[in-house]
Design a protein around this ligand. Structure first.
Ligand code: FAD
Length: 492
């Protein structure tokens, strides 16, 4: 294998342009970056809701937030509101940030649970700044980055924004359809992408960003696929864009229905909507009808029909090819983790970029880390389908009855019995996320950590009351989210 100096990116969706922009900006002249994309094929056109680590990615690239938000019509996101997941009439928030104040031995939920026992009745939600701000529709940047947030953005515009940056940094863009992936007959590595007009794009390292087509990693290199649809059974979606009928709220909505769920993502100029469903329990016409009859405002686009299979490629890096984005697998959009996995793959690749010939140890390390991320996120997603009180449709009954991975079953049992949950190996979703979702989906822990007994009634009362009051006071001081966005982007 030769030293990878020429990086070729196949595909110009969110994955392709994030990779191109990041590699050109961070690696500079150490590499040349060429991106091939087909205007005729286009991109998947969905993927609007993100999670907080995107801020790190944008900062690493030196992106100015106000410019980025204006260019992508972005709004701020403080979490996801889950409607109808625990039961058809229930609602909860999974918000970013922390709830209450952790003690080194016991998370805040233990103190809150003991408070309930001692007569406090304020909901757990009241102790999370981001959650209350989201519910009140308020937002501002706070000193010391006290407000943990992400964005809701137009992914097509994000792609264009990154393309401008990447081309400015020297990335070469080639428009054309890849007709063939040529392999080196001796090594089995990818030698070149051959376009349908005969052009040949040679490279040392190839990033497969061709989306679900997975032209390089799957069709050319056949790495195999782990199917996770027995855990994550939704396999289809319909998406439409609608006009905005109200000021954008700083959160995404995930609204459960009898065979899956629907998203609503408010941007500055429009809203993104989609229905995700399991085709065993709902057909396309019913899904489309349900979506169109429940969206708010005039529909601006033709319904975009998408089929997918949840799961992951067995190897994300094989030979001189790395899958980035949907080509590497898909976990379903419920917790907005796909763009995050793209970001993780790109930054991981930059860290492991070979200085000489590709080392099998680098490849193994990359595959292990990327798969660990996916498995951890997979468990968190399965939790939403497994734990609930819905028995009103065959879909939800099937989900409630499914076997889940041992790692998740253990986590659920531990929390149910003791209120304890632990973040493992720096996983994406920390304790706060697990507690909010487990309690939101209906688990009420049977006990709590005994250390809370160290606090007298007065001390516990002071702790709980002060925390709530501070959050309520801070939230009251925040401007309405829509005003803040307009001011921040210079459109007020
Ligand atoms: P694509 O956008 O499909 O891009 C593929 C690229 O490859 C295109 O440029 C295409 O032209 C090119 N290409 C393909 N074949 C060829 C060829 N033969 N020759 C030349 N070029 C070719 N993610 C989130 O983080 N948040 C969300 O809220 C979210 N919602 C989603 C909802 C649904 C229903 C689905 C299915 C996904 C969602 N995702 C979400 C995932 C998100 O859409 C993707 O992770 C993201 O758009 C990246 O896609 P991609 O770049 O891998 O693929």
């Amino acid at each position: 294998m030769s030293t990878p100096r020429r990086i070729v990116i196949a595909g110009g969706g969110t994955a392709g342009w994030m990779a191109a922009a990041a590699m050109a900006r961070t690696l500079g002249r150490a590499v040349t970056v060429t991106l091939v994309e087909s205007d005729a094929i286009g991109t998947i056109g969905v993927g609007e809701s993100t999670i907080p680590p995107i801020i790190t990615f944008n900062r690493l690239l030196g992106i100015n937030e106000a410019e980025f938000m204006a260019a992508t019509q972005a709004t701020f996101k403080l979490g996801i509101q889950f409607d109808g997941w625990k039961g058809p009439e229930d609602r909860y928030f999974h918000s970013f940030g922390l709830t209450g104040k952790d003690h080194w031995a016991a998370g805040f939920q233990h103190f809150w649970l003991d408070g309930l026992r001692r007569g406090h009745d304020a909901p757990y939600d009241d102790y999370c700044l981001e959650l209350i701000a989201a519910r009140e529709g308020r937002f501002a940047h706070l000193p010391d980055e006290r407000m943990n947030y992400a964005y809701q953005l137009d992914s097509t515009l994000y792609g264009r924004f990154l393309r401008r940056m990447a081309e400015g940094d020297g990335v070469t863009r080639i428009e054309g359809r890849i007709a063939e992936v040529a392999l080196n007959p001796d090594s089995g590595d990818i030698a070149a992408l051959v376009l349908d007009d005969g052009r040949r794009i040679e490279g040392d390292l190839f990033l497969d960003c061709t989306g679900f087509r997975a032209l390089l990693i799957d069709r050319a290199l056949h790495v195999g696929f782990d199917d996770w649809s027995h855990y994550l059974p939704c396999d289809a979606a319909v998406a439409v864009q609608t006009e905005s009928v109200r000021p954008p709220v700083p959160y995404t909505r995930a609204i459960a229905h009898e065979a899956g769920w629907q998203w609503r993502i408010p941007l500055q100029h429009r809203a993104g909507n989609g229905i995700v469903y399991c085709s065993r329990y709902m057909d396309h016409d019913a899904a489309r009808e349900r979506l169109l009859s429940t969206v708010e405002g005039q529909v601006l686009t033709e319904p975009n029909m998408l089929r997918f299979q949840t799961g992951a490629r067995r190897k994300q890096w094989h030979r001189n090819c790395i899958a980035v984005g949907l080509s590497g697998g898909f976990l379903e959009p419920l917790e907005s983790t796909s763009i995050h996995l793209i970001q993780r793959a790109i930054l991981r690749l930059i860290r492991l970029l070979p200085g000489g010939p590709i080392s099998p140890h680098d490849v193994a390390e990359f595959n292990d880390q990327q798969m660990t991320d996916m498995l951890q996120i997979r468990d968190f997603l399965i939790l939403h389908y497994k734990i609930h009180e819905r028995r009103d449709s065959a879909f939800w009954r099937q989900c409630a009855d499914m076997e889940v991975p041992d790692s998740l079953a253990h986590r659920i049992a531990l929390f149910r019995e003791t209120g304890r949950v632990f973040r493992r190996n720096d996983e994406l979703f920390a304790e706060n996320s697990w507690v909010q979702v487990m309690m939101g989906q209906g688990i009420k822990p049977e006990s709590h950590h005994p250390i809370t007994a160290r606090l007298s009634d007065e001390e516990l009362d002071r702790l709980l009351t002060t925390l709530r009051q501070n959050i309520a006071t801070t939230v009251r001081s925040l401007p309405p989210h829509a005003d803040y966005v307009a001011h921040h982007c210079g459109t007020a």
